[in-house]
Design a protein around this ligand. Structure first.
Ligand code: EPZ
Length: 418
């Protein structure tokens, strides 16, 4: 088992480079199934979730080559439409392959993706929408057996929640369906815009990407195209919080501040100064942060749920009381218990968490509860007095490429030991 040992109390100062967005790379890799020929996806982060997606593409018959941040997918040899349980279990968001697989091959056989640390992670919106497009789905014994009879048919779909994954699955299934599909109450995240931009480059006819209503005019066939993944907005927030909590000064190369426009005011409220020149977002933090009055997570463009844990870690050592309301996932405060072990003062009541800033956190043995919860513990460890030993690092490796090296590069003292 690996442990990350963090010596806290060091001020971060320097520059880090932001990688391609995990939550855009995953649907983009699924979309390469739909496009005939060779797609070169660049700025693709080297993460275990990306490796899991590559394994699924290879299992389905695609030829996939990887070098550094480039993943080249040739979907020509695609010859299967089933994803085995082991591969489905490797990555919770593997449900994103469903829409593309059934649109390209006429069928899809996979197990229910199962829950994760954040809760049950239902897929009812995905399945209802695909059924409306003409997919016959039989759910039995934890399996999804899907098939279509002829081409999928475009239709009007209204989502009762702007689900990111469901919006992505609908876009992937509707791009080559017969006729027009409209998605009402679609997710508006930047990752949706990234996916639509790639699909349009492959020949899809999509209007309204990034808005609440998206229309797709189905086309016969999509031709593969190259694409560069957008920068990771949650990795950006994570590094901002690391700089903030250590009273540091960081330059984030390749960050896109527009994607986190509703998060940046929280850093300013906490007393940080932000500056942006094209290609670089800089933060300068005070010695002691101030509280953040209230953070409510909402669908984009509201405050992103993935940024809740990293900012909670920051407010643990701020002056005053910060209030969080988690509106997206039913169980996304598991990191609070681990932060309390480090001396944080947090009260969780259902969707609300109240954080009373303390003078200092103290290093302790803690464990990652999920991906962003793990990031919160790294941030807390950077600020804590003494040594923090972090376990269950596989959660971190799902979403952060080269985290330790990047933090060491700006003055942190941390190392991963077996
Ligand atoms: C995506 O998950 C992201 N993952 C999540 O990031 C992110 O937190 C989430 O969007 C919200 O922004 C990827 O893109 C791979 P949703 P997704 O469908 O698509 C409920 C991270 O840390 N829901 O918008 O699963 C669901 O239970 C991860 O990088 C249904 O009820 O999110 C949740 O409460 C974590 N039925 C809410 O909607 C459904 O059919 C939001 O889910 C689908 C979702």
């Amino acid at each position: 088992m690996e442990i990350l040992k963090i010596e806290g109390g060091r001020r971060l100062d320097g520059a880090v480079t932001i990688h391609g967005a995990k939550n855009s790379a995953l649907p983009l890799l699924a979309a390469t199934l739909l496009a005939h020929g060779i797609s070169e996806i660049s700025n693709c982060p080297q993460l275990s979730d990306v490796a899991a997606s590559v394994n699924i593409l290879r299992h389905l018959g695609c030829t996939v080559t990887r070098s550094q941040d480039r993943v080249v997918v040739d979907s020509t040899p695609l010859c299967r439409s089933g994803v085995p349980d082991g591969l489905m279990r490797e990555m919770r968001s593997s449900i994103i392959f469903l829409g593309a697989l059934v649109a390209r091959t006429g069928e899809a056989h996979m197990s229910f993706p199962g829950g994760c640390e954040l809760g049950a992670r239902p897929i009812d919106l995905h399945l209802a929408a695909l059924r409306q497009l003409g997919v016959e789905i039989v759910e039995e014994r934890g399996r999804l057996e899907c098939r279509t009879y002829g081409r999928l048919k475009g239709t009007a779909i209204a989502l009762d929640f702007p689900s990111v994954g469901a919006t992505e699955n609908i876009l992937l299934a509707a791009s080559t369906a017969e006729g027009k599909t409209t998605i009402l109450n679609a997710a508006r995240e930047p990752e949706i815009v990234d996916l639509c931009t790639y699909l349009i480059r492959c020949g899809a006819k999509i209007h309204g990407a990034g808005e609440g209503a998206i229309t797709v005019e189905g086309v016969e066939r999509l031709e593969a195209a190259p694409y560069r993944v957008m920068p990771d907005r949650i990795e950006t927030v994570t590094y901002l919080a690391a700089g903030a909590v250590t009273g540091g000064r960081l330059a984030l190369r390749g960050a896109e501040p527009e994607h986190i426009a509703t998060v940046l005011p929280s850093f300013e409220e906490a007393g940080c100064t932000l500056a942006y020149t094209p290609g670089e977002l800089r933060i300068t933090a005070p010695k002691r942060l101030r509280r953040i009055r209230s953070i409510r997570t909402m669908p984009y463009p509201g405050f992103p749920t993935d940024a809740q844990a990293p900012l909670m870690a920051m407010t643990c050592v701020a002056d005053g009381t910060s209030v969080f309301v988690e509106n997206i996932f039913e169980n996304r405060y598991k990191h609070a218990g681990e932060l309390i072990r480090m001396g944080a003062n947090i009260k969780v009541e259902g969707r609300v968490a109240v954080v009373e800033g303390v003078p200092a956190l103290s290093g302790a043995p803690v464990e990652c509860t999920d991906l962003r919860g793990g990031a919160a513990l790294v941030i807390a460890g950077l600020a804590a007095e003494g040594t923090t030993s972090l376990r269950e690092l596989h959660h971190l490796d799902r979403g952060y490429e080269g985290l330790e090296a990047a933090l060491r590069g700006v003055g942190a003292s941390l190392q991963r030991i077996k």
